[in-house]
Design a protein. Structure first.
Length: 108
């Protein structure tokens, strides 16, 4: 008999590079709910209590802010990003698309 366990993506978020890849992918979608979901997964991977403390939030407040369907303030999101030792950086969408096109051509 084979025993299956439920897949938990949190187990894959085990280093800074994985965090960056997960969040970059989330931001590339432009889907605010997905970005919020990914921040929640990353916060769980780091320990919700620790992230909440660094963000200056209560643990329960952090859970509520990052749960599916919540609408946290942008200030809260920034505090969570900072607590995860990350920063947001913006690039021109035109430049980003040009770089992706060049990568696609190189891979072909």
């Amino acid at each position: 008999m084979v025993t299956l366990s439920r897949f938990d993506p949190v187990e894959m978020i085990d280093n800074a590079e994985a965090v960056a890849v997960f969040l970059a992918d989330a931001f590339d979608t432009g889907d605010a709910d997905y970005i919020q979901h990914m921040l929640g997964l990353i916060a769980r991977s780091k320990g919700m209590a620790e992230v909440a403390e660094k963000a200056g939030l209560g643990r329960e407040s952090l859970y509520k802010a990052l749960k599916d369907g919540a609408s946290p303030r942008f200030d809260t999101i920034l505090r969570v990003v900072h607590a995860l030792n990350l920063k947001l950086a913006l690039v021109s969408a035109t430049e980003a698309n040009s770089a992706e096109d060049a990568d696609d051509e190189a891979a072909a």
